[in-house]
Design a protein around this ligand. Structure first.
Ligand code: HPA
Length: 267
């Protein structure tokens, strides 16, 4: 399955993408910055999951970003949509087969850390997987990695430093911290958010952890960012809405794109 998909994509390109990019909700803009793009709809890739949700972007963009060869997913797969963990991590393994060495991910997230504000960008330094599952459960596929994956340096320390330095030079106030991953799709309760704060989480969201675990399994370097689209439940005296999440994504996504483009240039 994975191999067929990779062969199909390879037949459409004449270069090796070394950087993979996965864009979060409302953060698709970076895809449009890719030069000489070759665009492949997920539905045309053999065995690739295809979203049936209306308005969902589901395509790979292959080309150049800041002079580097990249493959970018516009539209990712979430557990709350009903995708299996196998389906969610399949694109990571396809990227591995294409030659990707470094994976960059973005997500929209709720801010748990009381020093954070809506619109803040956080470089993820570590995560807490509270989804209750793990995408590596089942027979281990030795072609990709070993049975027990070390997660000690998952968010590549040198990439965290590089992204932080780049953001500082661009004059963007940047945070660093721990992302807590859940399945959703309901947002958290205020009591859960208080509990997660004591656990050491700074942002919370419904993506990223499965993809990161799969990428760690096949030994990719990883750089990930949360955009704080809202303060998490109970932090402010108001309800959470999806509109707010998308609005802040549109407003602040540009800054995140700049950091990523400049960091990629320096890889
Ligand atoms: N919780 C979970 N996921 C999210 C949030 C949140 O507050 N905001 C954006 N994605």
């Amino acid at each position: 399955m994975v191999f067929k998909a990779a062969e199909y994509i390879k037949s459409k390109i004449d270069f090796t993408p070394e950087i993979g990019i996965i864009l979060g909700s409302g953060l698709n803009g970076l895809g449009e910055k890719i030069e000489n793009p070759i665009i492949i709809d997920y539905k045309d890739i053999p065995s690739f999951p295809v979203s049936t949700a209306p308005g969902h972007k589901g395509r790979l963009i292959l080309g150049s970003l800041s002079g580097k060869r990249v493959v970018c997913m516009q539209g990712r797969f979430h557990y709350y949509e009903g995708w299996s963990t196998d389906e969610i991590i399949m694109p990571i393994r396809v990227m591995k087969l294409l030659g990707v060495k470094t994976l960059i991910l973005t997500n929209a997230a709720g801010g748990i850390n009381l020093d954070f504000n809506v619109g803040d960008i956080m470089i993820i330094t570590d995560h807490i997987n509270l989804t209750g599952t793990n995408p590596l459960i089942g027979k281990n596929d030795e072609r990709f990695g070993e049975r027990f994956t070390d997660m000690s340096y998952t968010y590549t320390p040198s990439l965290v430093s590089l992204a932080e330095k780049t953001a500082n030079e661009l004059g963007v106030d940047i945070k660093k911290g721990v992302y807590l991953g859940l399945t959703g799709p309901s947002y958290e309760t205020p009591a859960e958010i208080r509990a997660f704060r004591t656990l050491g989480a700074d942002t919370v969201g419904m993506s990223t952890v499965f993809e990161v675990i799969a990428a760690a399994h096949c030994k990719m370097n990883i750089l990930a960012f949360s955009l704080v689209t809202n303060m998490a439940a109970g932090v402010l005296d108001k309800k959470l809405t999806e509109e707010e999440v998308l609005e802040i994504g549109a407003l602040k996504g540009e800054q995140m794109q700049k950091i990523i483009a400049k960091t990629v240039e320096r890889l």
